[in-house]
Design a protein around this ligand. Structure first.
Ligand SMILES: *Cc1c(COP(=O)(O)O)cnc(C)c1O
Length: 412
């Protein structure tokens, strides 16, 4: 297996093999592609999502809520499935709010974070009755104005930009100057102003970063986050009823990446939560995860359209590319491009026979799916499967670039 999958030591949950086929939720890849009618295709496994949430429930304290951040994968079927597994949904736009409400999630379990919420979005949030995570004093004033006009008293939390930084994070979102959240040193004064506004204060939202594989770093960050929430609670105008501790749990993508140690994180969190509950007995505590819940549950399937040799280098040219999967090409926040795990999905288990480059169908040298990958000999018609593609794939890619048809998406 390690042979055909390069650096993934084993297939992620929800995937298996049947003869020469990779299987997803028990179905052979070629049957899935036939059913879909065309490639490229994203396929997501419900079983993988179920198992991931179950593993979290087993490892984390029972009274810690798990929220799904929709932006990781907003496919409506995925959002609906996740809504049935988790305790809340986090949205970052009016569009995601509509998805969350359509999934039947109760408004009190939906929170809205993100810089640059427009007046229309704030009104939609008030009308829906969800919790708004305030990113600035200006946003607080606009929300209060809208609330007054509507005769409402929306629930709010303050999103805090902590002073501490999450070490070795894929995408840093806290510490230093940030467009996200309110600097922690400004929060006490803002809470003083909030008390006089038609806003129902519920608590704090502290999200420090994303794609963290450093277990000790995550544990240290969670401790700092609880410390910060307790410090700020002394200035709260009302009982603290919610503390969102952020998340940032990463998944292994590249050679050398190791999964996080969920058991250790859970044990540390249990201690932190016990400490926090003594001071904030009325609060619900949550973590919010996107990538960790769905990232390993999805694959991107493309078909080889051409096989060519250029000055000694063999290229497999596929019908997919960065217009569907920007992160795979190395152009979504990465400094150096590294290979995602790939396999020939209709030659599963076959030993590698050659080293090839895999490219997409766009006329740009940026459109790379795999550099110097050892694979069994594959030809026109074979299926290139890219793992770890369930999060920040299609919705985080420039689909209009080169005007190809959109890929299919299936949840099995
Ligand atoms: C993007 C985002 C998330 C999800 O991050 P992942 O790395 O996918 O877990 C959670 N919360 C906020 C506020 C975000 O912006």
């Amino acid at each position: 297996m390690a042979d055909t999958l390069q650096h993934l030591s084993h297939l992620p949950d929800g995937f298996g093999m049947d003869g020469l086929d990779l299987t997803i939720s028990g179905k052979p890849l070629r049957a899935i592609v036939d059913q879909a009618g065309s490639t490229p295709l994203f396929v997501y496994s419900k079983a993988a999502m179920d198992r991931r949430v179950a593993a979290l429930r087993q490892a984390l304290p029972a009274d810690l809520e798990i929220h799904y951040a929709i932006k990781a994968n907003p496919m409506p079927a995925v959002v609906n499935h996740m809504a049935g597994l988790v305790d809340g949904l986090d949205v970052a736009s009016a569009g995601e709010l509509r998805l969350a409400l359509k999934a039947g999630t109760s408004p009190q379990d939906i929170s809205f974070a993100g810089p640059g919420k427009t007046d229309d979005e704030l009104r939609a949030a008030i009308e829906a009755g969800i919790v708004v995570n305030l990113e600035s004093e200006g946003e607080m004033a606009r929300l209060a104005g809208a609330a007054e006009n509507l005769g409402a008293r929306p629930k709010v939390a303050i999103r805090v930009n902590p002073e501490f930084e999450l070490r070795r994070t894929g995408m840093q979102m806290g510490g230093g100057p940030r467009p996200f959240g309110v600097d922690e040193e400004q929060v006490p004064e803002m809470l003083g102003k909030l008390a006089g506004l038609p806003l129902d204060f519920t608590g704090f939202h502290i999200f420090a970063g994303s794609q963290v594989l450093d277990t000790d770093g995550l544990i240290a960050c969670q401790k700092s986050t609880v410390d910060l929430a307790l410090r700020l609670s002394a200035h709260a105008p009302d009982t603290v009823r919610s503390v969102n501790l952020g998340g940032g749990f990463g998944i292994p993508y590249f050679p050398g990446d190791k999964p996080i140690d969920l058991q250790r994180i859970g044990a540390a969190l249990a201690g932190e939560l016990q400490r926090a509950r003594r001071e904030l007995p009325k609060a619900r505590f949550a973590i919010e995860l996107g990538r960790y819940l769905v990232g390993e549950a999805g694959i991107y399937v493309t078909r080889i359209v051409d096989r060519k040799v250029s000055r000694g280098k063999t290229y497999l040219v596929t019908d997919g590319g960065l217009h569907h999967h920007l992160a795979l090409s190395g152009n979504f926040g990465q400094v150096i491009r590294k290979n995602y795990p790939v396999m020939i999905g209709n030659l599963a288990g076959q030993a590698p026979a050659e080293t090839v480059d895999i490219v997409g169908c766009l006329c740009t040298p940026l459109d790379r799916l795999g550099d110097a990958v050892a694979l069994p000999r594959a030809d026109v018609g074979d299926l290139v499967v890219v793992f770890q593609s369930g999060a920040y794939g299609l919705s985080a890619s420039p689909q209009a670039f080169l005007s190809h048809d959109p890929p299919g998406e299936l949840l099995l």
